[in-house]
Design a protein around this ligand. Sequence first.
Ligand code: 9PG
Length: 496
Amino acid sequence: MLTLLNLENLPIPLQAERITPIQSGYLLQGKTVALLHPFEQVRFYRHGWHSWSLTSWIPLPFDLQKPQPEIRWPMIDHPKLLADYPFTGSGVGALQAPDGKILLLGALGLDGFISADEITLRGVYPYASPGLQVEWFLAYGEEQLVFAAYADQLGQRLGVRCREHPPRVWCSWYGLYGDIYQDVLLDALAGLSGLPFDVFQIDDGWQISLGDWQANAKFPNGMAWMAEKIQQAGLTPGLWLAPLAVAPASSIYQQHPDWLLHGIDGRPLSAGHNWGDFFYGLDTTHPEVQSWLYDLIETARSWGYKYLKLDFLYAGAMPGVRYENIPAEQAYRIGLEVIRQAAGDAYFLACGSPIFPAIGLADALRVGSDVAPYWDNPERTINLHDLTGVGSLNAIRTALHRLWLRPLIDVDPDVAFFRTRFNLMFPEQSRLLQDLAQIAGFLATSDLPAWLDPHERQSLLDFLQASPKIVRLDRYRFQINQRLVDFSFIEDVWRV
Ligand code: 9PG
């Protein structure tokens, strides 16, 4: 039905099957809903599909080239979002009116997409079978209030798992990267004594391969032994795994080709190119995959790991051919339910994960691309047009635009840096990452204690102990205690 909605004196023609006014806006029903907006030159809130996918307010129209190379696309965003780059988003979208208020359209279920152009804002659940009741939320008003109302509606349907104080984490990735060894980590662990971390998390580099989740030769005493050492140091053991990603060299790939997510051509669907090769995703609707997944997570738990950073999860969430013919995000959520059950009370950080299906199941979400001890890598952002490229600028941009998720799930903006050694950032840039961590409420670093001078170690200690008063002044400005922190520069990238 076509209705003329009157949103604070703004007449909006709206097409939906059913429209129900609620206190904070409207609930809409329909596989497709669309409205005509009167704004012409506006910004569009483009919400990327998974943790690393570009999320920002983008001027509309704006000529942004598709990122390259194509073999990396799955690591960048959803195929539908890349096809209509950058004006289709995942789950939620919004337009900014000239008066500064926003018009938000958000899915209240999974597998929803939002697109915008100069005259329309449109939501579609492309995989919903006809007759299925699918819902949307529509609201117009002050940005922070509208996002809060939307988060509330989502929480009622998907669940809420956020905590007031997420654990403070030392993570091996952004210091040592893949070069982790048993003794190097034990040295780092010893050096952290006296710093109030909760978790010592071992990242990528301990496993035989993606799919063969046993300790490699760099961890001769095994992962249970490592967990014991971490526990003895008074910290919670944390472990990285990519449970839904599979390398061609793994035994799974070779022994269980039917466990993989396939394309319509019948071939395994590539989840991207990393670790020097293509890699693939598991079909979470396959009963054998589900029991393998349960056992894997239970094994990690039985080794003593109570903090699990589960990464590259989108590999199991891509649209493709599955054992059970259900929409991709729903299929993926079944996998997350298995993980949640097996994880018990362990803290589960979903990384490289589609955002919506993780709500209510994971404890935390990585909400941006990877930081790095450098600000930006123009080779990738400018020459390859990839705004998910590793670097602090890209990471800050996307994470900042996802802070509205905070009432639903802990949001991890990735680690902050305190070291000047092996760090190419200006102190002001490192400081922005530290401030973002305080704003998000998720405190983590990968700095090797041996790399910190006494002054830097003291800043890290202050960072971990702080409980600052934070006030959000507007979209990009915050007050942390008495200090103004301004992220408005993040808009400038669109003035290219
Ligand atoms: C381990 C890392 C860390 C990190 C994760 C994830 O596009 N890329 O090439 C790309 C590579 C790595 C990556 C993200 C994107 O990082 O976010 O914290 O755990 O894996 O391999």
